[in-house]
Design a protein around this ligand. Structure first.
Ligand code: SAH
Length: 250
């Protein structure tokens, strides 16, 4: 099994594939002042196994296209949507986020938790904006510097992992530059990383290693994930996930 398949195998059982939380998804919804009764058309881009998709489907009167390029994750999402009784509101779409099929001004809301970095924040914002109706909302979470300066080791790590990482003011500037007016911003609290994402992942390590005969590839994946967790714990006061809410100007 190649590394990619192994990563899918480790993450498909997770409720989330990145930091987040139901209360924080709902906080973003409230900051966006989305009308819960209005019939809305939404895309959840990079939805993974659908933690945010299913919650949005439960809270809103919306039709949601759940986009992810991994069919394995969408299969899990479909089962979970069935169990939650919201499958009829969700259309899974196996597609890359840099090749989306929406029409100009088709969507009321674009939602994307922990995923836009895959195309890059600015490229994603610039490309997705045209799918929003004027007055439509973008809600997106993105890795963000929490302070103006930081330890060299941390800077070096992110310069190689994702050089587009920046402070919130710079991310907000990118939104403005692309015709999106900021309406809200907050930082995901620590429990969104630890309780919602890292701890459940760590609890799956042993079964994961056993399933793969404790082979070197599987062990390397666990080591890399554990390294990411250790970095977070050491440097959590400098780096986090920002949640950005912005409205498309007319
Ligand atoms: N929103 C989910 C998943 C975040 S992880 C959550 O918060 O739990 C990022 C997701 O983006 C993964 O599910 C991954 O499969 C997906 N992804 C990565 N690159 C992608 C691409 N180019 N197109 C579509 N989805 C992509």
């Amino acid at each position: 099994m190649d590394d990619y398949k192994l990563l899918i195998d480790l993450h498909r059982e997770g409720r989330r594939q990145g930091p987040g939380g139901d209360a924080e998804t709902e906080l973003a919804l409230n900051l966006a002042r989305i009308d819960r009764a209005a019939p809305l058309k939404i895309a959840d881009i990079g939805c993974g196994t659908g933690a945010s998709t299913i919650l949005l489907a439960r809270l809103l009167n919306a039709r949601i296209t759940a986009v992810d390029f991994l069919q394995d994750f969408l299969d899990v999402l479909e089962q979970r949507a069935e169990s939650a009784g919201v499958a009829n509101r969700i259309s899974p779409l196996a597609r890359s986020m840099d090749d989306l099929p929406f029409a100009d001004e088709e969507l009321d809301v674009i939602w994307s938790e922990g995923a836009i970095y895959n195309v890059g924040f600015e490229k994603g914002v610039a490309a997705w904006r045209r799918f929003l109706k004027p007055g439509g909302l973008l809600v997106v979470s993105e890795i963000t510097w929490l302070t103006d300066s930081r330890p060299a080791e941390l800077q070096k790590h992110w310069d190689s992992e994702y050089p587009e990482i920046d402070v919130a003011s710079a991310k907000i500037r990118v939104l403005e530059k692309h015709g999106l007016s900021p309406v809200g911003y907050f930082v995901l609290p620590e429990h969104c990383w630890v309780e919602e994402y890292y701890r459940p992942m760590q609890a799956r390590f042993e079964d994961f290693l056993n399933r793969h005969g404790n082979n070197i590839e599987a062990r390397e994946i666990v080591t890399a994930e554990q390294h990411e967790i250790d970095l977070y714990v050491t440097y959590k006061s400098y780096v986090g996930y920002g949640v950005y809410i912005a409205e498309r100007m007319g």
